[in-house]
Design a protein around this ligand. Structure first.
Ligand SMILES: [Ca+2]
Ligand SMILES: [Ca+2]
Length: 164
């Protein structure tokens, strides 16, 4: 018994004309419209001031529960004097507190008065603030229980900081 070769040449597996263009098969990725691309997304964990999410211009995130705390840092560039903060929270109030991050004890305390006594907090419109060029500002975002703010179980936010 030998192997039997089929005698009738079956037509080659259909070599259809419409070639499959692999690029054409890739579905277009629709960017979610909720945030501008230049905004960094927060990176959890950021629940301590020792593990903040560093951003340069704009950051988005959410307080994922009443106990979530988000620490964010931004460095004031050289030559600036003022910081302008723009923030939105569509689903409930967030308490913002801004201080200067402790970057070790680089400053040898000369002069008596510490220039690191920067502390401001706000839930509403943030005032334009004098800043120190080169300093790193630490934002702490906390769920604000004192204010009414919807019944959402999460509080998303978008924070934008401009220096001038
Ligand atoms: Ca968060
Ligand atoms: Ca967090």
């Amino acid at each position: 018994m030998g192997t039997q070769t089929p005698s009738s040449p079956s037509p080659a597996p259909s070599d259809t004309d419409d070639k499959i263009d692999p690029n054409a098969q890739v579905p277009k990725v629709d960017a979610p419209p909720q945030s501008t691309p230049e905004c960094l997304a927060e990176q959890e964990p950021n629940d301590k001031n020792t593990e903040p999410t560093a951003f340069t211009k704009c950051v988005t995130g959410e307080l994922s529960s009443k106990t979530d705390v988000d620490y964010l840092t931004i460095k004031a560039p050289d030559g600036v004097t003022d910081m302008l903060i723009d923030h939105t929270e569509p689903d409930g109030t967030i308490q913002y507190t801004v201080t200067i991050a402790n970057s070790g004890s680089a400053a040898s305390g000369s002069g008596g008065t510490s220039t690191n006594n920067f502390n401001m907090s706000f839930t509403d419109k943030a005032p334009q603030t004098k800043v120190k060029a080169g300093a790193t500002y630490l934002f702490a975002l906390k769920w604000d229980n004192m204010s009414q703010g919807g019944t959402a179980t999460k509080r998303p936010y978008s924070l934008r900081v401009n220096f001038q």
